[in-house]
Design a protein around this ligand. Structure first.
Ligand code: NAP
Ligand code: MG
Length: 490
């Protein structure tokens, strides 16, 4: 398999030898069918599309493109499995299958991590240390609830919804599949899941695990395709619940399509999180947190800390330290364990980010971008931040979904809070301070589903996650995530 060149963002700095993850244990088939009723089948459309490696622009595999007939078959298989087996199975038995999936993900962790980095472009360090372990953790966590639903919701009769249609994005492909599948299965629902067009491979590998785990056919169906495949799932009359994670734009289309139907739904949408740094914060620690908040996974993170508010008296220091730190980040081969910033997921996404770099400057912002070279082939963006921007600027208001930060300053607590809340989004936020009282006031004041204090981008299956305002509706994770797959109030 061709590899991108190993590149340092820091010209004249120290050199690391490449430490590439091996890929000899990874098997990617030349072509994948749809996973329906327990087996891989050809699509009725007869059509396939390529999934590529964004670090080399080479094709990894041909992927089936599901049409409405295929979605029909998948929903029918899910319905049959729901009424025939899964919906009636003893909860403790269901739990055993889910535990088995969790263990098998752990056993194949290295393979999952390498495939995730190949298909999506994220650094192996993240797919290995974050995506894959967290995906397994979600299956473990929800497997444990399967036979304890009565304790989770005392006094309520706990009934599954039926067939769940799930549509997920490309930024955490395996992890998003785990977030969706694990609670749905634990509650006794069956599923039709569609991964994103650019990152279908780990979901298809998960289909292999599901088949190997012996799950009854039709309990999980995985249909690959583009936006129209997702729309066919959303509009299918045989689906009882829609769980969507993706952009606010598509979320609104879905909400319109679901209005007036009796389908339940949860929407996890975009974000523009504020990271707020007070003068009394541990500055070096905060700088690391800011770096992690926006440059983690190339900024392809819904809850990325893409707006930074720094208290005026420490602004120069924070900006200088951030600039120094940014210059040391290594952009390059996602399979190299030294890499901090991998490939941008697609050409389309790269074009969008580059457009924002221009827009920010045209609006009067000053762009600071790390120096250094990037590989010639593949999609790359050196990390960057803007200073001299104001609240009305597009780079401050709109989700860029790339390694680009917008920095502003504030003087008082109230000013920071007001600026942080001046956004149509409300998914996450961060506060950096030495004072507990400020943490409590800020976490209560920021209108966002999760607010981290003196840390950022930390996830755990036990804690609910989700947005306010245009960041979505409903919660995933924890008990809230279970509730979303049970009949309301029954
Ligand atoms: P997207 O364009 O909205 O796509 C998400 C999924 O929906 C993909 O599988 C996509 O298929 C499918 N889709 C596209 N059009 C559709 C339609 N009309 N009906 C039904 N499905 C449709 O989002 P993305 O670019 O993949 O992901 C980035 C976005 O996800 C960002 O806004 C990010 O903030 C958000 N996100 C939110 C969370 C959260 O928990 N709140 C987590 C992760 C990401 P194709 O891939 O084929 O287009
Ligand atoms: Mg790909």
């Amino acid at each position: 398999m061709a590899r991108p060149e190993n590149t340092l963002a820091f010209d004249g700095g120290w050199e690391y030898d490449p430490a590439p993850e091996a890929t000899d244990h990874v098997h990617i088939a030349a072509r994948y069918g749809l996973f329906i009723d327990g087996e891989f089948v050809r699509p009725a459309t007869g059509r396939y599309f390529d999934t590529i490696n964004p670090a080399t622009e080479e094709r990894l595999a041909r992927i089936a493109r599901a049409g409405t007939e295929d979605v029909d078959k998948a929903v029918a298989a899910a319905r049959k499995a729901y009424s025939g087996v899964w919906g009636r199975m003893k909860p403790a038995e269901r739990g055993k299958y889910i535990f088995r999936i969790a263990r098998m993900i752990q056993e194949r962790a290295r393979e999952f991590a390498a495939v995730e980095s190949l298909d999506g472009g994220k650094p192996i360090r993240e797919s290995r240390d974050v995506d894959v372990p967290l995906a397994a953790a979600h299956f473990f966590y929800y497997a444990g609830w399967a036979d304890k639903l009565g304790y989770a919701f005392p006094g309520r009769s706990v009934k599954p919804l039926g067939v769940a249609g799930q549509v997920i994005p490309w930024n955490f492909p395996l992890l998003m599949a785990a977030w969706k599948l694990a609670p749905a299965l634990a509650c006794g629902n069956t599923v039709v899941l569609k991964p994103a067009e650019t990152t279908p491979l780990t979901a298809l590998k998960l289909a292999e695990v599901i088949a190997d785990a012996g799950l009854p056919p039709g309990v999980v169906n995985i249909v690959t395709g583009a936006g129209d495949t997702g729309a066919a799932i959303v509009e299918h009359p045989g689906v009882n619940k829609i769980a969507f994670t993706g952009s606010t734009e598509v979320g609104k289309i879905i909400q319109r399509a679901l209005a007036g139907t009796n389908k339940s739904y949860t929407l996890e949408l975009g974000g523009k999180a504020a990271n707020i740094v007070f003068a009394d914060a541990a500055i070096d620690q905060a700088v690391e947190g800011i770096v992690n908040g926006i440059f983690f996974n190339q900024g392809h993170v819904c809850c990325a800390g893409s707006r930074l508010f720094v208290q005026e008296s420490v602004a120069d220091e924070v900006v200088a330290k951030l600039k120094d730190r940014m210059e040391t980040l290594i952009v390059g081969d996602p399979l190299d364990k030294n890499t901090d910033i991998g490939a941008i997921n697609s050409k389309m996404q790269l074009d969008k980010i580059e457009e924002y770099l221009k827009v920010g400057q045209a609006e009067g912002g000053t762009l600071h971008q790390a120096g250094g070279r990037v590989p010639k082939k593949g999609y790359w963006c050196r990390p960057a931040f803007f200073t001299g921007v104001s609240q009305s600027n597009r780079v401050v208001q709109e989700e860029i979904f790339g390694p680009v930060l917008a920095i502003q300053t504030f003087r008082t607590f109230d000013e920071a809070l007001e600026k942080a809340n001046n956004t149509p989004y409300g998914l996450s936020g961060g506060v950096w301070t030495d004072k507990g009282a400020k943490i409590f006031r800020m976490t209560q004041g920021v209108r966002a589903g999760v607010v981290w204090a003196n840390t950022f981008n930390k996830f755990d299956p036990t804690s609910p996650f989700g947005g306010y305002k245009e960041s979505g509706l409903g919660r995933e994770g924890g008990l809230h995530g279970l509730d979303a797959y049970l009949k309301p109030g029954a």
